[in-house]
Write a protein that binds this ligand. Structure first.
Ligand SMILES: C[S@@+](CC[C@H](N)C(=O)[O-])C[C@H]1O[C@@H](n2cnc3c(N)ncnc32)[C@H](O)[C@@H]1O
Length: 497
């Protein structure tokens, strides 16, 4: 696994623990009526679980300088997120340091006098904090910054949306001078002049400012706009389409928008027993009593954070973002959001015509088919990666299910579909496919929702892994078809199929 992948994996795990911690805190508060909400901070709980479980990177032996897999411009959305990858371990403090040479990984610095500062977060919290960008850095309060030892500089920037602060890694700085000065609070403080080291990528504070100030305006004044709302008013939030790639811009998408799955005329659905849901009054509280939780191995699949539902972690069974369809140079259309999408948030449903997969010979070449292969995924069949441990028990025990033959139904968004039909494949995606059962319990006819697997910054392309097995796609003559992948991921498999 590459350092970048290690970092992503660690951050994903941290957010999974974070959502679990929010969930258990919510449940505890609901059970103990009158108890103050969130006594234990979920982010700190998640951080402790990561530390105790030895899931953190670059810890306890610490590194000075750049950390593998965290480049200039990398953005963090919580201070504790920086802790779990070893970027800035002292989450409460502006300066992080290595206390002794025994905790320092790098031989060349072992002879220095410790403690040794390794990173500085400038978040505008101190009254005397001067952040004048280059060449001067900020003001700090203890003499632990050393000449000739680089420090990582991370800039916090307030964000107007759902997250409080975005922390951007700005690169390595050297101390070029220091002096003492009486601060605004009347105490003597030490100030440092920091100079950014040569040869690093350009300062990356601009994307933060762009996101903060201009993303929503950008959506209003969308450059190259070819359609004001591809949903034709069906969705609450308009889905605009833009094309700055073609000249003249291609406006045609050749499909009919549908907000929900439509049953194809040829399909006779099996008799489905609809379910009434649980007997909880108001919000579901007790997972030992709630019928919905029982079907999910006695836990709630969703956690409520600020009144919104987030998936705790990928489940075998269980839209609100301003999405935009945009033209790409080599993948035709694609989808992105103008807003930050937090990890675990459901983004959109894959809609289209519900069809049977057999007898679909005439659909060879249809690029918009998504098989409802919930059960295959649960059992890890046909090259699918099984989601271990969390097969709901009532389904796991049902060994009679015919799963070897592949998915019985699929959603065909070729002529009719929603915005999800424009979401491309990536070998390192930021969404995952989640099957959801709500009004019935028939896995073959589950709804398919795409959920954020990472924190997704505004304007980043949304992608999921199509999960093709290589050489599994054939043409009408039975010849193997190959398609090049242009996802651009570091570990791209180079082929879609
Ligand atoms: C469901 S569609 C996605 C939307 C499509 N780009 C469009 O403009 O309608 C799937 C098709 O998009 C293209 N595509 C998706 N991901 C791709 C990738 N990573 N590399 C190359 N082409 C991709 C392929 O042509 C694929 O058959």
């Amino acid at each position: 696994m590459s350092p970048n992948q290690m970092v992503r994996k660690t951050i994903k795990l941290y957010y999974e623990y974070l959502r679990q911690s929010v969930q258990s805190e919510n449940e505890r508060c609901k059970k103990n009526k009158g108890e103050k909400r969130m006594v234990r901070r979920p982010d700190l709980q998640a951080m402790s679980i990561m530390i105790d479980g030895k899931h953190c990177l670059n810890y306890p032996i610490r590194r000075i300088g750049d950390l593998p897999g965290i480049d200039v411009g990398h953005q963090f959305y919580k201070r504790t997120e920086m802790v779990v990858v070893g970027k800035h371990y002292r989450w409460m403090h502006g300066i992080d340091y290595i206390p002794s040479s025994a905790e320092c990984e790098m031989e060349e610095y072992k002879s220095c006098t410790f403690p040794l500062a390794v990173s500085v977060v400038l978040a505008g919290k101190y009254k005397d904090n001067l952040d004048m960008l280059e060449p001067r850095g900020g003001c700090v309060f203890r003499i632990i910054l050393k000449k000739n030892v680089p420090v990582r500089l991370i800039r916090g920037c307030k964000y107007k949306g759902k997250i409080d602060t975005v922390f951007t890694y700005d690169g390595l700085y050297m101390v070029t001078g220091h002096w003492s000065e009486e601060g605004k609070a009347g105490f003597l403080g030490f100030k440092y002049e920091l100079k950014r080291m040569e040869g690093q990528p350009k300062l990356n504070t601009n994307p933060v400012l762009f996101v903060r100030e201009h993303a929503s305006r950008y959506m209003v004044e969308l450059t190259g706009k070819v359609c004001d709302d591809i949903s034709g008013g069906q969705e609450k939030i308009r889905i605009r389409a833009s094309n700055v790639v073609d000249d003249p811009p291609v406006p045609h998408m050749g499909f009919t928008y549908c907000k929900s799955v439509q049953v194809h005329g040829d399909v006779r659905l099996p008799a489905i027993e609809t379910t009434a849901g649980c007997n909880c009054k108001g919000a579901c509280v007790d997972p030992d009593i709630c019928a919905c939780a029982k079907l999910n191995n006695n836990e709630f699949p969703y956690v409520d954070i600020d009144g919104k539902g987030y998936l705790v972690r990928a489940k075998n069974v269980v839209y609100v973002y301003q999405l935009e369809v945009f033209r790409t140079p080599n993948k035709r259309w694609a989808v992105r959001s103008s807003e930050f999408i937090p990890s675990g948030a459901p983004v959109c449903e894959y809609t289209g015509l519900l069809r049977r997969t057999n007898g679909m010979g005439n659909l060879i070449g249809n690029e918009y088919i998504l098989e409802i292969d919930c059960l295959e995924t649960m059992k890890g069949l046909g090259g699918r990666k099984s989601r271990e441990r969390i097969v709901p028990t009532h389904l796991d025990q049902n060994e009679d299910m015919e799963v070897e033959s592949g998915a019985e139904f699929c959603i065909d968004a070729g002529t009719m579909g929603g915005v999800a039909r424009f979401i491309n494949h990536s070998c390192e995606p930021n969404l995952f496919v989640q099957c959801v059962l709500s009004s019935h319990h028939d896995l073959k006819l589950a709804r398919v929702v795409l959920v954020a697997s990472d924190n997704i910054p505004p304007l980043q392309e949304l992608t999921y892994d199509y999960g093709y097995v290589l050489d599994s796609v054939v043409d009408a003559n039975g010849n193997i078809k190959k398609m090049a992948c242009y996802c651009g991921a570091e570990n791209c498999r180079k082929r879609l199929y």
